[in-house]
Design a protein around this ligand. Structure first.
Ligand code: ZN
Length: 529
């Protein structure tokens, strides 16, 4: 299906849509250019498939190569783009500074990537190393080198595809400053992506046929970004001349792309579970959308066959690229081996056994609540005991031990609450029954209960003030209402840090070893009358 539509005209369906098209016509007159944009985002260390054989870079590579061949055989061009957050999420990747992920992206010939907030989870030397590994540019127009005032890497890249000029520009969420690791952000200045775009996009549009922003800002419906920094919808509405936004950060699957101010906004969920495919046609400056789809990468669903639940592919199986598989396998093995290395030590056992941790305050409950609280600079940490699955041994501790304690790869979230909101949340938490997985372990707070009523709460030794603001750290499971906790994930100030609980605990242990259990001993966080 081919439509050539005058600029500015929007059809209700996506195919046939004409995009912003405020561009100068740089390409050859009366020539039709076919461009396919392929995209992923929020890789988060998923170079290897999960234990069910879903996603993974080797299958992704095979899928992408197939599309590239098809597009090329029809005389078209392909750009492969990433919305950022390559880093953080899987120990085997994290322990190797995401080297396998960047090498995998090289193999697939990514054309550009946006800098995500998680690219700043590691010291700047690691990001510089990743930049050396990558054979594609790291783009962000609003992350600047503080010393030079210039983009930390590069703001944009111009692609000339047989005469079709495509500008690809990167933008990163302003939240990077508050959810990144402050000790690694000293050398950078993060400006408002929207303000930078207002200056830069018209300039790029004047010199290209198509302007694509690869962003790591999040897609928030109707632009309601709540407590998060402005996202893609706000960006699209604020600037003219931006044709396509390939996003990331909110891990949104755009099965139906969002169109705002004649800008098409897409995002491919997370982890390489999908590859987004956008087929465009450009002719005499008019840009038409031919097709858009999210293609699953060996995703599976559970079905019942003869009364037994089995996992089957939701779409046709993609046979993994053998060459890339062979490149990645040693990294996977190496990563697993590194899990057995000692990361710290403790004088005594930290108690996480089910019958203990679900019935009383334990040193391990305190340690975990404290570690999560510290990572996101919260005033209070609350951990549901059901998320603590084992004791942590005395003596040497390995990452594997930590993953046994916290196997769920839950992420740490936080929310800034008023004192009044905090009081009601604490009361709900303190009422979680002993013996249940919901039973709460606290850090940073002392609570007095009389029956089911909280009669007092103190943070850092001071009574909670109803009008003051307090930051509470919980895991994303609790925040979304898991274990019957009041839902925090739709609170305007909610932030999912993206830090995985086991990594947070591992990091805390490494930085505080030798751990003394006495420092984390139960001290009566909750007094019950
Ligand atoms: Zn992110």
């Amino acid at each position: 299906m081919t439509h050539f539509i005058k600029r500015g005209l929007i059809l209700s369906c996506i195919a046939g849509l004409a995009l912003a098209g405020q561009n100068a016509i740089a390409s050859t007159p009366d020539q039709t250019y076919n461009l396919t944009i392929l995209h992923t985002n929020d890789n988060h260390g998923r170079f290897w498939p999960n234990r069910h054989g879903e996603y993974g870079m080797a299958a992704r590579a095979a899928l992408i190569q197939g599309i590239r061949d098809e597009v090329a055989s029809n005389g078209g061009h392909t750009l492969l783009l990433s919305g950022g957050d390559i880093n953080t999420g899987v120990p085997e990747s994290d322990l190797q500074d995401a080297e396998p992920d960047f090498k995998g992206m090289n193999y697939m010939s990514y054309d550009a990537m946006a800098l995500g907030n998680h690219e700043f989870d590691n010291p700047m030397s690691v990001l510089r190393q990743q930049y050396e590994w990558a054979r594609f540019p790291f783009l962000s127009a609003n992350i600047l080198n503080k010393d030079t005032g210039m983009p930390l890497f590069k703001s944009h890249e111009m692609f000339n595809l047989d005469g079709l000029k495509v500008a690809v520009v990167g933008f990163t969420t302003e939240d990077t400053i508050r959810i990144g690791n402050p000790e690694f952000l000293g050398g950078v200045e993060i400006q408002s992506p929207v303000e930078v775009a207002k200056e830069l996009i018209p300039e790029l549009a004047a010199n290209s046929d198509l302007v694509v922003a690869i962003t790591h800002m999040g897609h928030y419906r109707f632009g309601d970004h709540g407590g998060n920094a402005a996202g893609d919808v706000t960006l699209a509405k604020a600037v003219e001349g931006l044709d396509v936004i390939v996003g990331g950060h909110s891990q949104t699957p755009t099965f139906s792309p969002d169109v705002q101010n004649n800008t098409l906004i897409v995002q491919a969920k997370e982890w390489g579970k999908y590859v987004g495919r956008l087929d465009l046609q450009v002719r005499n400056g008019a840009i038409s959308v031919i097709n858009y789809e999210l293609i699953p990468v060996n995703l599976k669903k559970k079905v019942k066959i003869n009364g037994e639940k089995v996992r089957v592919f939701i779409d046709k199986e993609i046979i993994a690229d053998e060459t890339l598989q062979a490149i990645l396998e040693p990294y996977q093995n190496q990563g697993q081996e590194q899990l057995t290395q000692v990361i710290g030590n403790a004088d005594e056992v930290f108690i996480g056994a089910r019958e203990q941790v679900r019935t009383r305050e334990t040193n391990l409950g305190n340690l975990i609540a404290l570690a999560q609280m510290a990572r996101v600079q919260a005033d209070v940490g609350i951990m549901n005991s059901g998320g603590i699955r084992a004791d942590m041994p005395a003596g040497d501790i390995t990452y594997k031990d930590v993953l046994t304690v916290q196997p769920f790869a839950n992420t740490v979230a936080y929310v800034d609450l008023s004192g009044a909101e905090l009081m009601s949340y604490l009361e709900a938490a303190a009422n979680k029954a002993a013996g249940s997985g919901a039973f709460a372990q606290f850090a940073g707070v002392k609570i007095t209960m009389t029956g089911d009523n909280m009669t007092s709460a103190a943070v850092a030794g001071k009574a909670v003030e109803p009008t003051q603001t307090y930051r509470v750290a919980v895991n994303a499971y609790m925040a979304s209402g898991g274990d019957g906790y009041p839902r925090l994930s739709d609170h305007a100030n909610f932030v999912n840090s993206g830090f995985v609980d086991a990594e947070v605990l591992k990091d805390y242990i490494s930085n505080h070893s030798p751990l003394k259990t006495a420092d984390y001993a139960a001290k009566g966080d909750v007094t019950r009358n």
